[in-house]
Design a protein. Structure first.
Lengths: 58, 135
């Protein structure tokens, strides 16, 4: 299987790599590290419920 | 009767300032996919117009079907199939893809932004079957 993403530096399609069940960015043929780029931008964090009571429980 | 393997294809998505993003997923030789659902997010802090198309081949010369074309606000998620009525996109299944077909996921440039990434920003849920049968 092939999964590719556009490189924001050169505009060409770069191969992605399969790591632990997820297709992730890697270095483009133009030499730019797209994995490092992914770490440089804010990460979208899913909201999680707070399961801890705000009160002192009996 | 049930045949085939259910696959959750998970792809990270990274969007950067005012730049279009495309992710191409190809159906390997010897396989055909029945697409059950697509789930996608906009990890950026501005609205992004998205597009999900199927092309016949890697060169993307022949456009087979347009699945969905939503505009996602910052941090929002979208999903296919959708009950959004449209004459330009296919909002309901089935979508059965042949070997060599390409799913093109696109996030258009959305103006100045901080960018953003999501570890599971694009998830394609499909049944993988062998590409066999009478021609």
């Amino acid at each position: 299987m092939s999964v590719k993403e556009s490189c924001p530096y050169c505009g060409k399609m770069a191969d992605m790599q399969f790591v632990k069940g997820v297709w992730k960015s890697k270095t483009c043929d133009c030499g730019k590290d797209l994995a490092a780029l992914a770490k440089s931008v804010p990460e979208l964090v899913d909201e999680k419920p707070n399961l801890k009571s705000q009160e002192v429980l009996p | 009767m049930f045949e085939g393997t259910v696959v959750n294809l998970i792809t990270s998505v990274t969007l950067v300032n005012n730049t279009e993003k495309i992710i191409d997923i190809s159906v390997p030789t010897g396989e055909r996919w029945q697409i059950l659902s697509l789930r996608f997010l906009n990890p950026d802090d501005v609205q992004r117009a998205c597009s999900f198309k199927v092309f016949k081949e890697a060169a993307k010369t022949n456009f087979v079907v347009w699945l969905l074309a939503p505009a996602l606000t910052a941090g929002a998620a979208g999903q296919w199939p959708s009950n959004t009525s449209s004459t330009t996109t296919m909002t309901i299944p089935p979508a059965i893809l042949a070997e060599g077909n390409i799913i093109e996921a696109k996030w258009a440039a959305g103006g100045a932004s901080a960018g953003g990434t999501d570890a599971d920003g694009l998830v394609v849920n499909y049944i993988k079957r062998a590409a066999r049968g009478a021609e």
